[in-house]
Design a binder for this molecule. Structure first.
Ligand code: NOJ
Length: 549
């Protein structure tokens, strides 16, 4: 496909015509360090991303979300920001950013940035000023507390990255709170000045044309103003991450957070057609509260339920049902299969089931987010100890995230076409077999399947905006229907490796196979019985059928 080629418009029907782009589109997450290196330093950058935009166009996605690209000491690879309104030299310049957004927009791609409002770097001038003295005008911009009466941290709050969440500052004799690394002090969102400063940073990027934000740990932003101890977790077991020893009752998901999010949303709404997405790891009944009162919260509270699920038909059917049932009226669903914090889906469910997983992601109701490399089945990489970069591997051994952040596998040449230099993280040893160039030439590849599914989505009102109806979850079989008026699809997924079949009374099931996950059964008639091979998924067109609602 030519670089300048624009994508087809999505299927046109009254629902999709009214729907905002973030409902009909597919989001693609880029981890900038690992996408494409353009200057030979072994680390990906903005010019590299711009060079690779044709891949996104060919894949068929609508929006890219960039993990942080802002100036940062990189203690947590950009999630520790030094300057909210500048680009880290490692990634390029503001001019490179402007060029990227200009090209992306010309190609019809939206650009979403990561907003990290919960904490800054400890090198941020705001924190330096705050820690300078107890009388500093910015003291209140962070969360400072006296030691507990007996000495030691003010309370039992724990860092998600291990140990106490309180770091002692010898010079001023107080502790500051950090939910993550000590190098990531939490901002005090009870301060109106802090809020105003972050909202200004948001406006800076919105004016530059960004189409929205994915907001980092949005459910953490407000903490208890009485600093009560978190209760012990009765379900804690040896071997669990240390911070699970307490329930984060007073450190996250506080009721006041919704007022803050409503304010952020109003900032985004000052501009037209922008999106606000929240990173939220919470049980579904708490998660859906983040749509906000009258849907004035985030547009999309990221739904991570597929990231940790057991790969069983009934388990998945149940989590879909619970999610669908919990959504507030008008709340738009979304699904995520992978991100830069969790093991690669192809390793979680296996290479064979990765195809079935892709079909699930792209046929469920709601906006899908694809993590870079998952479209070609990149696997989790066992990073050798001397190449580990993620600081949390030290405090939470085995939970380091390097393995899902390795360079994109573009082709089978040196360094997989990612960089002329040794990449910052090692490549997967499988890059000569699993890479984009090889999969482009193979009609039966995962990549071609993902492309087909995205294309099908774009052309199907049922997939874009139709209803979801659960049909069957039994053994390894998961069946559901998507329908928009006469556009009706049945999705049948075999989550196991053995062949399986399901039979309906023959007059009730007569359709046509649109896409098999193996790419080889186009237009096959389906009459009465759906046969699936092991690890096969199928999308079946039932548009002329009457049985399905
Ligand atoms: C969530 C991000 O996804 C993760 O990568 C980061 O380490 C933490 N927030 C802290 O910013």
């Amino acid at each position: 496909m030519a670089f300048h080629e624009m994508r087809d418009q999505p299927a046109s029907n009254d629902a999709t015509q009214r729907a905002p782009w973030w409902q009909t589109g597919v989001i693609y997450q880029i981890y900038p360090r690992s996408f494409q290196d353009s200057n030979g330093d072994g680390v990906g950058d903005l010019r590299g991303i711009a060079q690779r935009l044709p891949h996104l166009i060919e894949l068929g996605v609508d929006a890219l979300w960039l993990s942080p690209i802002f100036t940062s000491p990189m203690a947590d690879f950009g999630y520790d920001i030094f300057d909210y309104t500048d680009i880290d030299p490692l990634f390029g310049t503001l001019a490179d950013f402007d060029a990227l957004i200009e090209t992306a927009h010309r190609l019809g791609l939206k650009v979403i940035l990561d907003l990290v409002p919960n904490h800054t770097s400890d090198q941020h001038p705001w924190f330096k000023e705050s820690r300078a003295s107890r009388q500093s005008p910015k003291r209140n911009w962070y969360i400072w507390r006296d030691p507990s009466p007996g000495g030691g941290p003010p309370n039992n709050w724990l860092s998600d990255f291990g140990g106490s969440a309180w770091a002692y500052d010898r010079q001023t004799g107080q502790y500051y709170y950090h939910a993550f690394l000590a190098a990531q002090p939490d901002l005090n969102w009870r301060s109106p000045e802090v809020r105003a400063a972050i909202y200004d940073a948001m406006r800076f990027w919105l004016r530059r044309g960004v189409d929205g934000f994915r907001v980092d740990v949005i459910w953490h932003v407000v903490k208890d103003d009485q600093f009560r101890d978190n209760p012990a977790n009765p379900n804690f077991q040896a071997g669990n991450p240390a911070h699970h020893a307490v329930v984060p009752l007073y450190t996250a998901d506080r009721p006041e957070v919704h007022d803050v999010i409503a304010e952020m949303r109003r900032v985004v709404d000052e501009f037209s057609s922008r999106v606000l997405i929240g990173e939220i790891y919470l049980p579904v009944e708490r998660l859906v509260a983040y749509y906000g009162r009258d849907l004035g919260g985030v547009h999309l509270p990221f739904n991570f339920s597929l990231l940790g699920t057991r790969w069983h038909a009934r388990t998945i059917a149940k989590l879909i049902d619970e999610y669908e049932a919990a959504l507030p009226a008008g709340g738009w669903p979304n699904w995520v299969l992978g991100n830069h914090d969790r093991p690669r889906v192809a390793s979680r469910v296996g290479a064979e089931q990765a195809r079935v997983a892709a079909m699930l992601l792209l046929t469920l109701r709601g906006t899908p987010t694809i993590y870079y490399g998952d479209e070609i089945g990149m696997q989790q990489v066992a990073v050798p100890p001397d190449r580990i970069r993620d600081p949390i591997e030290n405090t939470l051994p085995g939970l380091g995230r390097d393995g899902c952040r390795t360079p994109m596998q573009w082709d089978g040449t040196a360094n997989a076409g990612f960089s002329p230099a040794e990449p910052w993280l090692p490549l997967s040893s499988t890059f000569r077999e699993i890479n984009l160039a090889g999969e482009r030439d193979d009609d039966t590849s995962l990549y071609q399947l993902v492309r087909r599914l995205i294309r099908l989505r774009r052309s199907s009102p049922a997939l874009l905006s139709g209803s979801y109806q659960p049909l069957l979850a039994s053994g390894d079989l998961l069946l559901y229907a998507r329908a928009w008026r006469r556009d009706r699809l049945l999705i049948a997924l075999n989550l196991g490796s053995e062949p399986t079949a399901v039979t309906f009374p023959s007059h009730t099931l007569a359709g046509r196979l649109l896409v098999s996950s193996f790419g080889d059964r186009d237009d096959e008639p389906v009459l009465g019985t759906i046969h699936l091979r092991g690890d096969e998924g199928a999308v079946i067109d039932l548009s002329d059928q009457t049985i399905l609602p």
